[in-house]
Design a protein around this ligand. Structure first.
Ligand code: FE
Ligand code: FE
Length: 401
């Protein structure tokens, strides 16, 4: 009787997280074989921009898992037409391997939603559930244990918990970094193939795109919940540019790109800094969350071919600085008071920006510095310099715009 693991997923694309997990699973469960089963894509579900077709994705999986002992890529779900359900896959595998023990890999989130799957009682008859988990919070972990007990009692499920010490990597993040010209966390052969074929926007010329296309690509690189803010900032910046005599087109473009790397975590921010040769201050290194303005500016210039004015406006949009350009100020303040923002003081900013742009910038700086101080956080020296520069008592020459 052989022990066969089943590892399904979209693998779009397969990355180091997948291949490391496969190695761990094989050794932890002492598997004789591990089947990697890339999912078919349901006809109604649009794939992310630039994704390879299913056969090409299968090929990427073969490259990704080629060196992992006992692991093979299986085209079962991609060959099958229509929607794939786990239970269908298990039935087929059970027929092919009547005497073997099957282990179905799943994450903790999948175990928690297991009752809503198609035919859960049949799935647990066909396979042992192998729940791959990382160090989770006590609450999640208790939930998982309780769920496992319930399923064992009610459905006679066999469940094993597999500790996965691998880093968490998401395919979405991998795709975003590819589009931003900074591939990461891919097996070299997989990366090479992706770049050769230009998948995941790596082959697209994204320089100086017409605004609508730029907006489409930018929004595709954001999490759903941030999209209204990005659109709001762009529209507000365009309106402010008309009001204060800046270039509305540049303002709209800077607005739509200002948070372009915001969906990426600290590790990816530092990766982008290395890729784009950005020298960091100690404060920035210790607070990589603040880096999205810097990496966003680099991506706007290098990937989207935007001019220096836009680079600068994005670069300074979180901290501000002394002597900002007109566009810098517009992006700084549009980001702060676009229509989706709501906090005490936002109405004051909206009023001020109609009559006195510098006063609005000062008010924004003053509010954010006070908040940081209240939270006991360090204030960026550039923000302090900006605060001084735009302080109403400062007899800096009135700007003429
Ligand atoms: Fe931002
Ligand atoms: Fe923003």
């Amino acid at each position: 009787m052989a022990r066969i693991g089943i590892y399904g997923g979209s693998f779009n694309p397969p990355h180091l997280g997948h291949s490391l997990a496969a190695r761990e699973i094989v050794s932890h469960l002492e598997l004789d074989r591990l089947l990697i089963i890339p999912a078919a894509t349901p006809p109604h579900k649009a794939l992310p921009a630039g994704s390879p077709d299913p056969d090409e994705r299968l090929e990427l999986c073969r490259l990704a898992f080629a060196d992992i002992p006992k692991t093979e890529v299986c085209d079962l779900e991609i060959r099958r037409q229509g929607l794939s359900y786990t239970v269908d896959t298990l039935r087929t595998l059970r027929q092919a391997h009547p005497d073997d023990e099957l282990f179905l890999m799943m994450g903790t989130d999948m175990l928690l939603s297991f009752a809503s799957w198609r035919a859960p009682e049949e799935i647990v008859r066909l396979a042992t559930l192998a729940v791959v988990h990382r160090e989770e919070s006590e609450t999640v972990w208790n939930e998982v244990r309780q769920k496992a007990e319930t399923l064992s009692r009610d459905l006679h499920a066999r469940i094993v918990l597999v500790e996965n010490r691998c880093v968490q990597i998401s395919s979405t993040t991998v795709r975003r970094l590819l589009a931003m010209g900074a591939p990461n966390d891919l097996e070299p052969a997989v990366q090479k193939r992706i770049l050769e074929r230009g998948w995941y926007l790596t082959g697209a010329d994204l320089k100086r795109l017409p605004f609508d296309r730029l907006a489409e690509i930018s929004l595709s690189l954001h999490d759903e919940k941030r999209r209204p803010h990005v659109v709001g900032t762009s529209r507000t910046a365009e309106v402010l540019a008309r009001r204060w005599g800046a270039d509305p087109d540049l303002a709209a473009r800077a607005g739509i790109l200002h948070d372009i790397t915001k969906a990426l975590g600290p590790t990816e921010q530092l990766h982008l800094c290395r890729k784009y040769g950005m020298v960091l201050t100690e404060l920035q290194r210790d607070n990589p969350k603040l880096l999205h303005a810097k990496t966003g500016a680099a991506v706007a210039r290098a990937v989207f071919g935007e001019p220096d004015e836009i680079y600068e406006a994005i670069y300074w949009h979180t901290t501000g600085k002394a002597d900002m350009s007109l566009l810098d100020k517009i992006i700084y303040i549009a980001d702060y008071m676009e229509p989706n923002r709501s906090f005490p003081g936002v109405e004051l900013l909206r009023r001020l920006v109609e009559t006195d742009l510098n006063a609005a910038v000062f008010e924004g700086l003053d509010q954010s510095i006070s908040l940081l101080r209240k939270q006991g956080r360090i204030v960026d020296p550039d923000s302090l310099a900006a605060w001084q520069c735009y302080h109403p008592d400062n007899d800096r020459e009135e700007q003429t715009e």
